[in-house]
Ligand binder design. Structure first.
Ligand SMILES: O=C(O)CCC(=O)C(=O)O
Length: 263
């Protein structure tokens, strides 16, 4: 499968501009043969948290309509990154997944809010998993800080995900954590990781380096530090091959973990 990773330069609080750029990139990805595209975190507003009352997408209506229209017109699956949404006067960091028929197959609000960037002061956390199927791909999706919680990604893998999509606004200063955590999540879960970060060198410092990692932990692609669209080939049959080679799932001892990691 050809996956388009859209490493967007998200404008701070510039919703109209961000929708335009996202559309350009989704169209370009489809024209270059991508069958699925992935966007970064909070791509409608950036981290303009104080402006959410004016800028957040009311019930996600605009974003859902936008993604559904493009997905069905271009016959492309869209892992819609995440956007700032508003529901009943509360704000969320929400990912929408739309299949190539334009059906909304999943929506997920970030479960682990990142206190270092004050997310907990402005946002509510979600409480649902994000397991979905796109065509014949069993997948899960998480957002940024979520990757520091191995049990959360494991829960998606145990529920059948063979690829985990990660949308992020991961800062430059901890980019080494990003790489190491993503590689570990791929190796331990024996799954593909498709992780898309934003870039921005002006308002805040995010330097891309999005990654696609295969289930043995090999890095298939790393993004540059600039805005870019990359079309990356992935072969999902590798998941079963790796799981057959080292049967981690069969060798688990969940009875021993109970109470220790809250299972
Ligand atoms: O965990 C980190 O270091 C970065 C997380 C983050 O920036 C986020 O969740 O928005």
């Amino acid at each position: 499968m050809k996956i388009g990773c859209i490493q967007l330069n998200v404008g701070f609080g510039k919703v109209e501009e961000n929708f335009e750029r996202a559309e350009q990139f989704i169209r370009e990805a489809a024209s270059k043969g991508a069958e699925l595209v992935v966007l970064p975190e909070m791509w409608n507003t950036g981290y303009a948290l104080e402006k959410l009352p004016e800028l957040a997408d009311e019930n996600g209506e605009r974003t859902k309509a936008f993604l559904q229209k493009l997905a069905s017109e271009l016959a492309i699956h869209i892992v819609g990154g995440s956007v700032a949404t508003k529901h009943d006067d509360k704000f969320y960091n929400t990912m929408y997944i739309v299949d190539k028929e334009g059906e909304l197959v999943s929506e997920y609000s970030k479960v682990h809010l990142f206190r270092l960037m004050n997310e907990d002061k402005f946002l509510e956390s979600g409480d649902q998993m994000n397991r979905f199927t796109l065509g014949d791909i069993e997948a899960g999706g998480v957002i940024c800080y979520d990757i520091r919680f191995p049990e959360w990604l494991r829960a998606h893998a145990l529920a059948g995900a063979k690829v985990l999509f990660v949308s992020a606004q991961w800062p430059t200063e901890r980019i080494d954590h990003w790489k190491t955590l993503l590689q570990a999540r791929a190796i331990e879960n024996q799954c593909y990781i498709v992780a898309v970060n934003r870039i921005s060198h002006k308002v805040q410092n995010f330097n891309g380096q999005s990654m696609v990692i295969e289930p043995w932990g090999e890095i298939v692609w790393t993004g540059t530090e600039d805005e870019e669209l990359a079309i990356v080939d992935v072969d999902f049959s590798k998941v079963d091959e790796v799981r057959g080679r080292i049967p981690v799932y069969d060798d688990r001892r969940p009875g021993l973990y109970a109470g220790v990691v809250g299972e």
